[in-house]
Design a protein around this ligand. Structure first.
Ligand code: T4K
Length: 392
């Protein structure tokens, strides 16, 4: 409904949030409970190097996620770096998606390998197995998909490709904490998967991550690799790095873990509310709950169809920001459009029309358990009302 006599500036002035609404906010453990853990750290003076809370957190996470082997890391990026490292690939190409955070292709390069960007599926936003198969060459050493927003990749198709061409599949599962696909933890698919526990993630240890694998041998190698390659005081088994999680982060994770089901539940309610509020907003498309999936509702992406909605994604982005709603374009620009990757002559350049289209339309709205319902309603009201002023 048009506001009589009011221009866009007036509407924004009247409607903007007084406080800043961020796209993500961390879920925190109870302060008292965390203080209990801190007291024990103060007593023992063990701060790091895989001490008591690190071991306890590893065991509790394995149980929570229902995975056989899990190795904690200081962040998801170093865990991804090691995931590729333990495959023992000296050179060659790794097929990955351009629709991801830049950490994904960066770890390929840190391993001295070349990322080959393939197109994504229109519905899941994930790497398209058909495009991947066409891109496989004798130089291909691994397939490296990402379960974007916790939406499962076509894991069956990647498994088939993996067997057919004898190429391992490593999943960037940074967004998948708590997701299950066909009754199995999503981070349990593929040869190796990696989770991120960054502050912006559904489950956090401030910085942190974990590598999930199937064999004790891989886990042991990953464990050595994150500790300088040290097996014992006098044995260094390979080129390692320092990727250890501290006792402070491990304790934070332990204190937070019991709150995860409630956090997912809250996000699910927020998801339903957003969908309900936006269902009649022409040109704004929400994402459906993925099939056969227990989802974690970690993000709330929408697509903006400029022709139908009347404003472009970037115009909506700007207007929401002027109203103090700090939305994000996860993931724009595409990784294959980042100048470093676009300009590298030795990386095969494949067309990615679907990813290009999605990257122009995608916008992530605020999503975190403590987001008040009335804020969601107000954000949706802004989105529904903005097209009233198409030319300002
Ligand atoms: N693979 C994928 C697919 C990933 O998405 C990521 C990380 C990785 C790999 C690598 O995992 P890590 O090495 O990070 O564990 C953020 C995060 O830094 C990054 O972890 C995340 N993906 C990426 C999607 O988003 P920014 O630059 O958007 O973060 P920032 O600082 O703008 O934060 C976003 C919002 O979150 C802020 O507006 C407010 C809120 N916030 C943030 C922080 C850091 C808080 O409320 N508290 C905080 O402490 O990158």
């Amino acid at each position: 409904m048009r506001f009589a006599g009011m221009d866009l500036d007036g509407y924004i002035e009247k409607s903007r949030f007084k406080e800043t609404i961020y796209v993500a906010r961390p879920t925190m453990p109870s302060k008292e409970e965390y203080q209990g853990y801190l007291s024990s750290i103060w007593e023992t003076l063990w701060l790091t190097n895989e001490a008591y809370w690190h071991q306890k957190f590893t065991e509790e996470l394995k149980k929570f996620l229902e995975v056989p082997e899990l190795v904690l890391f200081c962040n998801g990026t170093i865990a991804l770096l090691i995931a590729l490292k333990i495959l023992n690939i000296e050179e060659g190409e790794v097929i990955t998606t351009p629709f991801t955070f830049s950490a994904t292709p960066h770890v390929v390069c840190w391993n001295g390998l070349k990322p080959v960007f393939c197109d994504i599926q229109r519905d899941s936003y994930n790497l398209d197995p058909n495009c991947v198969e066409k891109a496989i060459t004798p130089k291909t050493r691994a397939i490296f998909p990402v379960h974007v927003y916790g939406i499962p990749c076509d894991v069956e198709a990647f498994e088939r490709l993996s067997k057919k061409y004898s190429i391992p599949v490593v999943y960037d599962a940074a967004h998948t904490f708590g997701c299950k696909y066909r009754g199995k933890p999503l981070c349990g698919y593929g040869d190796i998967s990696v989770l991120s526990f960054h502050a912006t993630k559904l489950f956090t240890t401030a910085e942190g991550g974990a590598l999930v694998c199937h064999t004790a041998e891989q886990a042991r190698t990953a464990y050595y690799m994150k500790n300088f390659g040290i097996a014992d005081e006098e044995t260094v088994v390979g080129v390692g790095i320092n990727g250890k999680m501290t006792e402070l982060s491990s304790a934070f994770g332990l204190a937070l873990l019991p709150k995860v089901p409630e956090e997912i539940n809250r996000r699910q309610n927020l998801y339903k509310l957003y969908c309900e509020q936006l269902k009649d907003c022409h040109g704004i498309q929400t994402v459906s709950v993925p099939k056969d999936c227990e989802w974690n509702y970690a993000y709330f992406p929408i697509e903006v169809d400029r022709e139908v909605y009347g404003l472009s994604r970037d115009e909506l982005f700007q207007r929401l920001r002027r109203c103090n709603v700090i939305v994000r374009k996860y993931f724009y620009p595409l990784c294959n459009r980042i100048p470093y990757y676009a300009e590298r002559k030795d990386i095969p350049k494949l067309p990615t029309p679907v990813a290009d289209e999605v990257a122009q339309r995608i916008l992530c709205l605020p999503m975190y358990g403590n987001l008040p319902y009335e804020y969601v309603i107000k954000i949706c009201e802004l989105i529904k009302t903005f097209p009233e002023w198409t030319n300002t």
